[in-house]
Design a protein around this ligand. Structure first.
Ligand SMILES: [Fe+2]
Ligand SMILES: [Fe+2]
Length: 305
């Protein structure tokens, strides 16, 4: 081998991390830059931060798939690339078709991105282990919530916050005692008091991480009701963040169409009728209309992300 030359085979790659939707593969880290390969599934959103929060240089080369820069609606495909240094505002992207990206970043950012993904995975796993009802629920919720949010023309930042919040909406349940969380029978009044603390527990857990702080503000409101009869704060109407109003509808729907230890899943049509019946009381009618279209037209119903 020529001195100073390194050849790395795909099979020898050491560092990578992924949840199903995003995989990150560190190819090289040297001096003040790193090279990462990133695979992102269709339907995902991400942004590049403005220079005030991340001062660096980043080069992104599209190896395959289709990426959309949503602020100016520009499509990027294989061979196209972008780079930035000193962005004056956030730039937002949506993945139209699964993309493979090559990233060159200075200063290195792989470990930051990896830590963020790990945080989310750990939080999600901790609640899935504890609460028998959540398996698969978080992924489905995220997908349906995003599809509904798109229908309602939420902007890029809102969609990103929505996807974190939907995925982690019940994370606060890890602080609810097991015997209450998985109790087979109905809860007593005191047990309900404990159970209803989970949105606040969740918000507090997410507040600690800067990149999840906005999602925390949604998580705390996911059991508020449009008519003001929800908890923990009894907010009503537009005082409830739109992202939380979306999660509330999608969460109720997914719970109804899933099997529970004490009852069988309801049919899709029965569940939709129940959502419609509660439009204007429990749920925001505008969100309900958008959600019905999403489910009936089948968007957001693609395979697990
Ligand atoms: Fe909840
Ligand atoms: Fe839920």
């Amino acid at each position: 081998m020529v001195a100073g030359l390194t050849i790395v085979r795909e099979s020898d790659r050491r560092e990578n991390i992924g949840k199903k939707a995003t995989t990150l593969d560190l190819l090289v880290q040297q001096g003040n830059f790193d090279v990462t390969r990133q695979h992102v599934l269709a339907g995902k959103y991400f942004y590049l931060d403005e220079a005030s929060s991340w001062e660096g240089f980043e080069f992104i080369y599209v190896l395959s798939g289709i990426l959309r820069e949503t602020d100016d609606d520009v499509l990027l495909s294989a061979g196209d690339y972008i780079y930035h240094h000193g962005l004056t505002e956030r730039a937002h992207f949506q993945v139209d078709q699964d993309v493979d990206l090559l990233l060159i970043t200075s200063p290195p950012s792989f470990h930051l991105m990896r830590d963020e993904i790990q945080e989310i995975l750990q939080l999600a796993r901790s609640v899935e282990e504890k609460d028998e009802e959540t398996e698969g629920h978080c992924h489905r919720l995220e997908r349906l919530a995003i599809a509904t949010g798109e229908r309602l023309d939420l902007n890029g930042d809102q969609l990103i916050t929505l996807s974190y919040a939907a995925y982690l909406h019940d994370v606060g349940k890890v602080k609810v005692p097991d015997e209450i969380l998985n109790k087979p029978g109905p809860l007593t009044d005191e047990e309900w008091v404990e159970m209803r603390k989970h949105p606040e527990h969740g918000a507090r857990m997410l507040e600690d991480k800067e990149f999840l702080r906005d999602a925390g503000k949604i998580v705390i409101a996911h059991h508020e009701r449009y008519d003001g009869a929800g908890y923990p704060r009894g907010l009503a109407g537009d005082d409830i963040p739109i992202e939380a109003r979306i999660i509330s509808v999608v969460d109720a729907y997914d719970a109804m169409v899933s099997d529970r230890p004490y009852r069988k899943a309801l049919s899709k049509e029965t569940a939709l009728a129940e959502i419609e019946r509660n439009s204007g009381s429990q749920f925001d009618p505008r969100v309900v209309r958008a959600f019905l279209k999403v489910v009936r037209e089948g968007s957001g119903a693609t395979s697990d992300a």
